[in-house]
Design a protein around this ligand. Sequence first.
Ligand SMILES: C[S@@+](CC[C@H](N)C(=O)[O-])C[C@H]1O[C@@H](n2cnc3c(N)ncnc32)[C@H](O)[C@@H]1O
Length: 214
Amino acid sequence: MNSLSDPLIRAELDRLQKEAALDGERWSARKAAQQAEPPVQNSGPDPLIRMGEFYLGVSAAEGRLLYNLARSSGSQTVVEFGASYGISTLFLGAAARDTGGRLVTTEVHPDKCRAIAELIQRAGLQDHVQLLEGDALETLKGVEGRVDMLFLDGWKSLYLPMLELMAPRLAPGALVAADNVDHEAAAPYVAAIAADTRFVTTSVGDMELSCFTG
Ligand SMILES: C[S@@+](CC[C@H](N)C(=O)[O-])C[C@H]1O[C@@H](n2cnc3c(N)ncnc32)[C@H](O)[C@@H]1O
């Protein structure tokens, strides 16, 4: 038995994955609108708050990988940078429930935060998932205790500052999983973690997995 087969979580995952599959159409619509008129303002005054209409979620295979990594390591505290509409949050939240641990997730977009808060309730994960709303570089400063797994999936230019913030809190043997490391903006993170002898790093597709041995 695992929480990924819980009907409540399954139903939410199915719904989100169907909605996320329409991201391609949303890109086309945005591009067409930008060509017809000046760029559509899809952001708030805060440059971090953008892309609100896009799910940008992990694939089902990546989600199962995240579940397996968190579950098989018995992670008690998992931190997620960038929840969006919550696809990876469901996979990691299911693992947190199955290990008796907790997931601390983060999101800066207000609409997405509202959606995530409702999702956590509907999926029955409220005892295992905590959402921190706002810029994760600020909200995660208050996280207490050791972190067993860190999943990086927010804006790629913030991967390195996020690693620098969280490294002092990583438990020995903790895992850092960074998605979309092929993105140009993730290059400083990729270079820094490769050069840091405290980490042993390998790649699975465009996700980089680094074990903290320091
Ligand atoms: C690629 S999406 C995350 C997808 C999600 N992990 C999933 O698999 O469904 C990136 C998200 O990170 C959020 N984000 C970016 N920078 C952030 C920050 N500094 N603090 C909190 N959230 C941030 C964005 O608003 C966006 O929703």
